[in-house]
Design a protein around this ligand. Structure first.
Ligand code: NAD
Length: 328
C-alpha cells in the first residue's frame, strides 16, 4: 500500500525506505508541506503521513476526507497542528509517535545552553577569521546553578538528569508530578520556579493552558540573569514579549529550537529570498539568542525509532486493529 509522506526531507527518506522494506507499505515522498493548497496531492491515498508543520485544521481534514483519506500517521509526538475533534467527527484515525528519543531533544537543549553560555559558536567563527581574542566570551559556571524544568515528562526528566549531573539544583513544575522526578529535583509552584531559576527549560505540550505561558508577566518575575530554553513548541512563549524582555535586559538570553510562526520557514532554505517575518528577523539579531530550526529530535537513533513506530502504527491502521499510539 502506498502512503503519501508530506513534508518529507532527504535526511529521513533513506531511513524510512530502509525500515519500511518488506512491510507492505511503500512511502511516496511528496516533499511539499500539507496546506489547503497542497491537499489535492492526497488523492488516491488511504493513509497519509505528516510532520509538525503540516496543517491539519478543519478545512484540510474535510478535504482529505473528500479525497478518500481515512488515516493520518503523524511521524512526531506533538499533535497540536491537528484538529482532533474534526478528525473524530469525520471518523478519521490519527496515530502518532509518542516517544522516539527523549535523549535527542534533552541533549539538544543542553547543547543550546552550553553554546549560548560559553559562546562557542562565536569563538569558532572568530578562530576561522584568525581572531584569537577572548573579549566578550565570558560565560558562567553551570555547577551550583538552579535549573527550572517546566513539564517533567520523558524529555523534561532526561534534561533534568543531565543538569543534575552538571551539579545543578533542579526545580520542577508539572500539574502531574512524577515520582521518578522527585529523585532528581524538587517540585515547586510555577511562580517560585520562575523567581528562583537561573535557567528555565520548557518541556510541556502546547495547549490552551500552556499557550504563551512565558510572557511579560513571567519575564517580570525572573532573575535578570535567567536564560530560557524552549525545545517544546514555539507558542509556549509570547515571542514579541520575549523580544521586549531581551531588549530591556530583563532576562539574560534565550535558546530556541522552536518558534511560534515556524510553518513555511523552518525546515526550508530561505537564504536566497530572505524572510518576511520581522519578529523572527529581530530574534536572529540578538547576540544572546541562539536559534535552531526545530532540529532537537534529529539524531540517527530518533529517526530509526520514528520510522519503526510509524511503520507499526500504519500496519495497525491497515489491518483495522486498535493502536496504542492513537490520539483520542
Ligand atoms: P510527555 O507527554 O512525556 O511530557 C509532557 C509533560 O508536560 C507531562 O508530564 C505533563 O504532565 C506536562 N504538562 C502538561 N501540562 C502542563 C502545564 N500546564 N505545565 C507544566 N507541565 C505540563 O512529552 P515529552 O515527550 O516529554 O515531550 C514534551 C514536548 O516536547 C512535546 O509536547 C513536544 O511539543 C516537544 N517536542 C519537541 C521536539 C523537538 O524536536 N523540538 C521533539 C519532541 C517533542
Amino acid at each position: 500500500m502506498k502512503v503519501g509522506f508530506f513534508s518529507s526531507k532527504k535526511y529521513e527518506e533513506e531511513v524510512f525506505s530502509s525500515v519500511f522494506k518488506q512491510s507492505g507499505i511503500e512511502p511516496d515522498f511528496l516533499e511539499l508541506r500539507l496546506t489547503p493548497k497542497t491537499v489535492q496531492l492526497s488523492k488516491g491515498y488511504d493513509t497519509i503521513c505528516c510532520f509538525v508543520n503540516d496543517i491539519l485544521n478543519e478545512e484540510v481534514l474535510m478535504k482529505l476526507k473528500e479525497q478518500g483519506v481515512r488515516n493520518i500517521a503523524l511521524r512526531c509526538a506533538g499533535f497540536n497542528n491537528v484538529s482532533i475533534s474534526t478528525a473524530q467527527k469525520l471518523g478519521m484515525r490519527v496515530v502518532r509517535v509518542p516517544e522516539y528519543s527523549p535523549h535527542a531533544v534533552a541533549e539538544h537543549a543542553v547543547a543550546l545552553l552550553l553554546t549560548l553560555n560559553r559562546k562557542t559558536h562565536r569563538a569558532h567563527g572568530r578562530i576561522r577569521d584568525l581572531n584569537f581574542s577572548l573579549e566578550g566570551l565570558v560565560g558562567f559556571d553551570l555547577y551550583g546553578k538552579t535549573v527550572g524544568v517546566i513539564g517533567t515528562g520523558k524529555i523534561g526528566r532526561a534534561f533534568a538528569q543531565i543538569m543534575n549531573g552538571f551539579g545543578c539544583k533542579v526545580l520542577a513544575y508539572d500539574p502531574f508530578p512524577n515520582p521518578e522526578m522527585e529523585k532528581i529535583g524538587k517540585y515547586v509552584a510555577l511562580q517560585d520556579l520562575l523567581k528562583e531559576s537561573d535557567v528555565i527549560s520548557l518541556h510541556c505540550p502546547l495547549n490552551d493552558q500552556t499557550r504563551h505561558m512565558l510572557s511579560s508577566s513571567a519575564f517580570e518575575v525572573m532573575k535578570k540573569n535567567a536564560v530560557i530554553i524552549n525545545t517544546g513548541r514555539g507558542a509556549l512563549i509570547d515571542t514579541k514579549e520575549l523580544i521586549e524582555a531581551l531588549k530591556s535586559h530583563r532576562i539574560a538570553g534565550a535558546c530556541l529550537d522552536v518558534y511560534e510562526e515556524e510553518e513555511g520557514v523552518f525546515f526550508t532554505d530561505q537564504s536566497a529570498e530572505g524572510i518576511t517575518d520581522d519578529v523572527l528577523a529581530r530574534l536572529t539579531t540578538f547576540p544572546n539568542v541562539i536559534l535552531t530550526s526545530h532540529q532537537a529530535f534529529l539524531t540517527h537513533e530518533a529517526l530509526v525509532n520514528i520510522a519503526e513506530t510509524t511503520r507499526d502504527n500504519i500496519k495497525s491502521l491497515m489491518r483495522g486493529e486498535s493502536c496504542n499510539n492513537e490520539v483520542n
